[in-house]
Design a protein around this ligand. Structure first.
Ligand SMILES: *Cc1c(COP(=O)(O)O)cnc(C)c1O
Length: 402
């Protein structure tokens, strides 16, 4: 890593100290000596690396190997969709399944380098606002690193995720407000208490972990990117991270110029990016009274909105919203036909794909990757639970079994 570069004004900063945003308020991206690595960093070399995102070690931060905090994140499976039920017409569809990650969501990817860097650069206490999964991932990696994590979540965050954060020893607080309100408390505490603020994209290294999804999609498809990528978009870290990864891989000589069209999927109850994209804006307007059961998508205004919108336009992609009913139905369809129980956010990508195919925008024979960003087991309140109760002493007990 050579520097941190501002995505707004282009100013560069030293990666030797812990910083958040550029002085202009822009998001910072880590930069590497890719020209120097070209020809020396062979894409086949990654096969010899660990079965985690750290297989792409030379394009990841952290100077001293001893500071790398890994719990086995990344290098998740990507399954060709089984052509059953509503999946029948899709001949080249893949599901990248992030459920097997530590803490059961892809938030682990971001937290591994972020907590590693916080440790390397001397932080003792980290803090973040979270709609749920980022909080539990931060809590787990902070526990592994021996750091204290302060997690601020909306007071209606799924109970299991709250318990999970507490179990990892984090200081957990429930806030009467959404993630942006939680973010304000973290920013205030960072100033007065000296916590390092780990908020999405306000911190330069979470995006580095999320970008590895882009490296993995390329590696798992034989170094040829797909036609479309469907990504459930909240803060957008993974979407912009993958786009960064594609540019890096081209600079390294690992892939050519072909890029997928990127689709940001949101919920109708919180669709600031869909609105901004439709109106041709370069940033988004806060979505008032945001609500959706897909808590990872409940981000009323993303700090990285300008980067997300840039990626959608550069990739000739688009943004689309689906209702909670549609995404929950899609979640069930994936579970029943694929044997993967996705999170509701993952369900949203399948619902969006079906809509775009119905509209004729996407052909079911194109090469498509859907991101299931976490396990459905983290949202037990959304899963079906009705099952008949049997009395084993009733001689006609099996008559009730259909
Ligand atoms: C956080 C989260 C998202 C949104 O991810 P971003 O990179 O912030 O857009 C999607 N799905 C799940 C399960 C999440 O936890």
């Amino acid at each position: 890593m050579t520097s941190l570069e501002c995505t707004r004004c282009g100013a560069t900063h030293s990666p030797a100290t812990l910083i958040n945003l550029c002085t202009c308020g822009g998001i910072l991206y880590p930069r590497y000596d890719l020209a120097g690595l070209r020809g020396k960093y062979d894409r086949n070399e990654v096969k010899d690396g660990p079965g985690t995102l750290w297989r792409y070690r030379r394009v990841l931060p952290v100077r001293d190997e001893a500071n790398v905090i890994s719990l086995g994140e990344g290098f998740t499976p990507m399954f060709p969709a089984r052509r059953r039920g509503p999946f029948q017409p899709y001949t080249d569809l893949f599901i990248k399944d992030e459920g097997p990650n530590p803490t059961a969501s892809f938030k682990a990817r971001g937290m591994s380098p972020a907590i590693s860097m916080a440790k390397e650069l001397g932080a003792r206490e980290v803090a973040l606002p979270s709609a749920g999964n980022a909080g539990s991932a931060a809590a787990a990696y902070a526990a592994a690193a021996g750091l204290t994590a302060y997690v601020f979540m909306p007071d209606d965050t799924p109970a299991l995720i709250v318990s999970e954060c507490i179990a990892y020893g984090a200081r957990v607080y429930l806030v009467k407000g959404l993630i942006n309100v939680c973010g304000k408390l973290v920013a205030a505490g960072a100033k007065t208490r000296g916590w390092f603020d780990l908020s999405t994209l306000k911190e330069p290294y979470r995006v580095e972990g999320k970008k590895t999804m882009g490296y993995e999609v390329a590696e798992q498809l034989g170094w040829e990117l797909p036609d479309w990528i469907f990504y459930p978009t909240g803060g957008g870290t993974g979407l912009v991270g993958m786009w960064k990864a594609f540019a890096e891989m081209e600079a390294l000589g690992w892939i050519g110029r072909k890029r997928p069209r990127m689709v940001a999927v949101q919920a109708t109850g919180c669709q600031p990016i869909v609105k901004a994209f439709g109106e041709g804006r370069s940033d988004s307007v806060l979505h008032e009274n945001a609500h959706t059961v897909a808590s990872g998508l409940r981000v009323p205004k993303a700090l990285g909105d300008y980067l997300i919108l840039q990626v959608l336009r550069e990739s000739r992609g688009l943004a689309i919203a689906v209702t909670d009913e549609e995404l929950l139905r899609a979640q069930r369809e994936i579970a029943e036909t694929q044997g993967i129980l996705p999170c509701p956010e993952g369900g949203a990508t399948w619902a969006a794909l079906q809509k775009l195919v119905a509209q004729g925008t996407v052909k079911p024979t194109e090469r498509i990757v859907l991101f299931n960003t976490g396990s459905g087991l983290k949202y037990p309140e959304l899963l079906p639970r009705e099952a008949p109760v049997l009395d084993p002493n009733d001689p006609k007990v099996l008559d009730a079994v259909v």
